[in-house]
Write a protein that binds this ligand. Structure first.
Ligand code: GLN
Length: 506
């Protein structure tokens, strides 16, 4: 196995800058790794070897001419299959979009290209980003590189597994209720959900518009900051995009890595760290807090009483928005078209019904039904309207908590990775994985998840989540990098070095 694939994106960028390596060499190394292990991991739905190598060759030419475009010019990246990529299939993990090749790039994809990052391919996901395990992908699940019989989290399990298995140094994910952070926690990787509106969603196939955010998936906090600076910032094509400059994220990560958290007030959210959390997950969480206290931080306990309603609120608002978003998949405009059996001259409605029946999986249908019900005239006030009110209460809890603390902390996910199949037939058990991540989506605040250590007898990783007030994304990088430095020192190296070997020579 090439040493190149184990390096962080920032080290790869340094190697390119000094001439120690070329973009073609390191892009090829990652493509070789994909060829060796992705049969077992199944992180990718589509690999674009030819396109990635052509972009890498162009990056090397630019560098030779002294015309590099960004700090990450020439460093390859993988992209979640919910983002439109011109000329590359985009399925959202659904049969209904099988064969659809978008005629345009999502803004974040365009920004990757403009910054010179070769795109390795598209990563697997739960269908339309609904799920916590990637088992709802119509193309088969992704496997956790720590244990191939276990889930890599979801919905962005493909991006997290690709990064954890050293198939890509960087990836993009999307987080509507936790789909960047929870996969990060169970694969021992780093993931960031930026402030709502901080990263463009133009070209993101929407699940729930008031919750969705695109963000980085990486192995280090600094790498997330580097990638976030490439994709973030105002986009006139997205009306929800915030029209002001990003705070200095890379600078904040570098400052944090120096290891001084003097005067930083850490708020431990009482409602997000007790019952329902695995003992080892809580133990690693407490150790992380102790380490940060050792760096000068102080701890305050904060109460966010409305957070106990976050899951119920989310599972009304998200399906409501999703049911209306998914109405556009009607067999007339994109992808799959199925003619109903035994109907002589089917009407448009017959074709829509047959196509949607064949094209959507069970979880998507479940949420369309739930959302349609919650929005229907007789029930709107009781369900959707009520959920919006509770959403306001959750935001007020955040406001009050951020008066007392600079950042809020909790475990990212209640448990380590569970076995494939274990929760597939129990939607409520699946939904409970997002207990700690959902409040941030409901109120738009940014959050990072980073590994906190190995948390059970099977040696599986857990994550810690750091949340900051809206627009203060720099804080999650500063605190995240400080903790990462302390933990890496304690472990004697990155946590992923402890992941069991994968076939293909890890
Ligand atoms: N697991 C959550 C859900 O199923 C979150 C999904 C996401 O963030 N895209 O809705």
């Amino acid at each position: 196995m090439s040493d190149l694939i184990r390096k962080s994106a920032s080290d790869l960028a340094d190697g390119l800058a000094t001439g120690a390596t070329t973009s073609v060499e390191l892009t090829q190394a990652h493509l070789d790794r994909i060829a060796a292990v992705d049969g077992a991991v199944h992180a990718f739905l589509h690999v674009d070897a030819e396109g990635a190598l052509a972009q890498a060759a162009a990056a090397d030419e630019r560098r030779a001419e002294g015309a590099t475009r960004s700090a990450l010019d020439g460093v390859p990246v993988a992209v979640k299959d919910v983002l439109a990529t011109e000329g590359l299939p985009t399925t959202c993990g659904s049969k209904i979009l099988q064969g659809w090749v978008p005629p345009y790039d999502a803004t974040v994809v365009r920004r990757l290209k403009d910054a010179g990052l070769p795109i390795l391919g598209k990563t697997n996901m739960d269908e339309f980003a609904m799920g916590s395990s990637t088992e709802h992908s119509a193309y088969g699940p992704t496997h956790n590189p720590w244990d191939l019989d276990r889930i890599p989290g979801g919905s962005g399990g493909g991006s997290a597994a690709a990064v954890a298995a050293f198939e890509a140094p960087l990836a993009l994910g999307t987080d509507t209720g936790g789909s960047i952070r929870q996969p990060g926690a169970v694969t021992g990787t780093v993931g960031v959900k930026p402030t709502y509106g901080g990263v463009s969603r133009y070209g993101l196939v929407a699940m729930a518009n008031s919750l969705d955010q695109v963000g980085p998936v990486t192995r280090t906090v600094l790498d997330s900051a580097l990638l976030h600076e490439v994709i973030g910032g105002h986009d006139p094509l997205d009306s929800t995009s915030i029209d002001r400059p990003l705070p200095g994220l890379v600078a904040a990560a570098r400052q944090g890595a120096a290891g001084d958290l003097s005067g930083v007030r850490l708020g431990v959210v009482k409602e997000l760290s007790g019952e329902g959390y695995q003992a080892g997950v809580l133990a690693r969480f407490q150790e992380s807090i102790d380490l940060m206290v050792g760096l000068g931080a102080e701890v305050v306990e904060v109460e966010c009483p409305s957070f106990v309603h976050a899951l119920a609120t989310y599972y009304l608002i998200m399906p409501s928005e999703a049911s209306s978003n998914l109405a556009k998949f009607d067999a007339m405009r994109y992808g799959l078209r199925v003619l109903p059996d035994g109907v002589d001259s089917p009407s448009a409605e017959d074709v829509m019904r047959a196509s949607r029946d064949a094209g959507f999986g069970d979880e998507v249908k479940r949420r369309i039904i739930l959302g349609t019900y919650a929005l229907s005239s007789g029930y709107y006030d009781a369900f959707y309207g009520q959920a919006q009110k509770v959403r306001t209460l959750i935001t007020r809890d955040f406001d009050a908590a951020f008066e007392r603390a600079d950042v809020l902390l909790s475990p990212t996910a209640p448990t380590t990775a569970f076995k494939l199949g274990e929760k597939l037939d129990d939607p409520i058990a699946m939904y409970l994985n997002d207990l700690a991540t959902i409040p941030a989506n409901l109120s738009g605040v940014p959050g990072i998840s980073l590994p906190s250590g190995l948390a059970d007898e099977d040696g599986l990783p857990a994550g810690i989540q750091v949340l900051a007030p809206a627009l203060a994304d720099d804080r999650v990088y500063r605190v995240g990098a400080a903790l990462e430095t302390a933990l890496t020192e304690k472990w004697g190296g990155p946590l992923l070095d402890r992941a069991p070997a994968l076939e293909g020579g890890q």
